[in-house]
Design a binder for this molecule. Structure first.
Ligand code: ADP
Ligand code: MG
Length: 224
């Protein structure tokens, strides 16, 4: 369970105050499928970054599975993030020098998991995500859709409870977009909490719960 209580995030740009999040309160329960839509600059990425522990609130509290994570150190945040949260981005953020398989196994490598165990975990994912015959390819040898599938596999290899996706189809053609959303929805059906930021209403409207963000606040929430 994710709970934000009156969370604000304020940036100072050239002497001006930008309230990217303005006292946002929000509860997301396990297994939910949520989309976040809203105009450019409305605070969608800021909200997702805070949910994903990539950024921290200036005010308010964030409770993740009952634990107050608002004032954890960077090392503690990284530890909780590594266990509980997967994140994917519009531009994939893969490591160019590594193969698909190595990218997917990276979180395990960083956690000190043995080579044998890494392979035991990555091969079924490569298989399930239709990447088995691409596993030795580097990102620049893969299509956009394949790159995003590698990024999703990397995001879920530690079996997180929550997957956060910031414009995951923003850099894909229509066909690959559909494939990626199908894959994300399948993961959600298997119990993963899924939060997708998108400006594409066709994608956003597929979610069971739709949240609209305007000027750093929640303007509407179909789940409330
Ligand atoms: P969205 O994802 O909806 O396009 P963002 O969350 O990226 O919006 O940004 C919300 C507001 O906060 C914007 O006005 C943006 O310029 C500002 N902002 C976001 N990140 C930063 C930052 N690191 N430094 C300064 N301003 C930022
Ligand atoms: Mg954004």
């Amino acid at each position: 369970m994710i709970e934000l209580r009156e969370v604000s995030r304020i940036f100072h740009v050239g002497g001006q105050e930008v309230r990217a999040m303005d006292r946002v309160s929000l509860i997301i329960t396990p297994g939910e499928y949520v989309s976040i839509m809203g105009p450019s600059g409305s605070g969608k990425s800021t909200l997702l970054n805070i949910l994903g522990l990539l950024d921290t609130p200036d005010n308010g509290h964030y409770l993740l599975e009952g634990q107050d994570v608002t004032s954890l150190s960077d090392a503690q945040l990284a530890e909780v993030r590594g266990r509980k949260i997967g994140f994917i981005f519009q531009f994939f953020h893969l490591i160019p020098r590594l193969t698909a398989q190595q990218n997917i196994e990276l979180p395990l490598l960083l956690a000190g998991v043995s080579r044998k165990q890494r392979t035991e975990r990555s091969l079924p994912l490569l298989e399930a995500f239709g990447l088995a015959d691409r596993r030795h390819h580097r990102p620049d040898e893969l299509s956009g859709g394949q790159r995003q599938r590698v990024a999703i596999a990397r995001a879920v290899i530690n079996r997180p409870a929550v997957l956060l996706a910031d414009e995951p189809t923003g850099n894909l053609d229509r066909h690959s977009s559909g494939d990626i959303i199908d894959l994300l929805e399948e993961l959600n059906k298997n119990g993963l909490t899924l939060v997708i930021v998108t400006h594409d209403p066709e994608i956003g409207n597929r979610a069971q719960r739709r949240i609209r963000v305007v000027d750093g606040t929640i303007a509407s929430d179909s789940g409330r």
